[in-house]
Design a protein around this ligand. Structure first.
Ligand SMILES: [Zn+2]
Ligand SMILES: [Zn+2]
Length: 265
């Protein structure tokens, strides 16, 4: 059993969560408190559509330690595709630290691959225009995602491969474009030795951690609702495979997050 307010002396950042979702309506304040007590410094509340940007922005304006992103998820069905100008306008806010989540996802087919690619390119152009990093969601679409990142010059704005779940080869290509690699709860899953090998491979300066809460709860919370405080289990897992102290990995990923998102330490 772990104590309810487990603080292992770590300071960390959850670089990707959906704390605005209704999953947290009953206990959002308590979830923020648990996060702070566990060592959470600040977090990025990531957009999946434009309708809920006011909700995200409101959370960020109400709390010093909440930042947000602007974007439409690759598999999110919309009546009107997000326009470059609109993304830039919505991102023009002091607490907006990234564009996304965007990318390509062929696991589900709510949005066709062709439409996803157009939408992804629009986000990348907006990210370059506003000079903010792009949060990339990539699922079963590795070669197309990497191709578009390359063609749109993602190295100019920088970005994050969020919830990274692919191979060392794919990670190496993303790293070559100057992107950071963010690991979530699935790196703790028993069957994911190959992903832990990627977590051991990523250079120190490119390593980030996240929850993607309410999804993908790490062991020992697997199968339950995830929340930002649980990012410490991702930190501990990565520390184990890299042979470092959790405090060291926590601090390292915190400093990387500050640099990547332009947040003052
Ligand atoms: Zn995602
Ligand atoms: Zn997400």
């Amino acid at each position: 059993m772990e104590s309810r307010h487990a603080n292992d002396g770590m300071s960390f950042v959850d670089t990707h969560c959906h704390i605005d979702f209704e999953h947290f309506d009953a206990d959002r304040d308590a979830a923020f408190t648990r996060y702070a007590e566990a060592g959470g410094q600040w977090l990025v509340a990531v957009a999946v559509d434009l309708e809920h940007i006011p909700r995200l922005r409101g959370l960020a304006e109400a709390r010093d330690n909440v930042f947000f992103s602007v974007g439409v998820h690759p598999n999110h069905e919309v009546d009107v595709e997000p326009a470059f100008e609109e993304l830039c306008r919505l991102a023009d806010h002091p607490k907006c630290v990234a564009i996304g989540e965007t990318g390509m996802d062929f696991y589900r087919h709510r949005v066709s691959p062709g439409e996803q690619e157009v939408r992804f390119r629009t986000h990348l152009r907006a990210a370059r225009a506003v000079d903010k990093p792009v949060i990339v969601h990539m699922r079963e679409a590795d070669s197309d995602t990497l191709r578009v990142l390359e063609e749109e010059g993602a190295d100019a704005c920088g970005g994050i491969m969020h919830c990274f779940s692919s191979t060392i080869e794919v990670a190496a290509q993303a790293l070559d474009m100057g992107l950071s690699i963010s690991f979530s709860g699935n790196v703790t899953y028993k069957a994911n030795d190959a992903l832990r090998a990627v977590a051991a491979f990523v250079p120190e300066e490119a390593l980030l951690v996240e929850t993607d809460a309410p999804y993908l709860a790490p062991v020992p919370h697997r199968g339950k609702r995830n929340e930002p405080a649980h990012v410490r289990h991702v930190v501990k897992c990565i520390a184990g495979v890299r042979g470092k102290d959790p405090e060291y990995i926590a601090r390292l990923s915190l400093e990387n997050a500050c640099r990547r998102f332009g947040v003052a330490p």
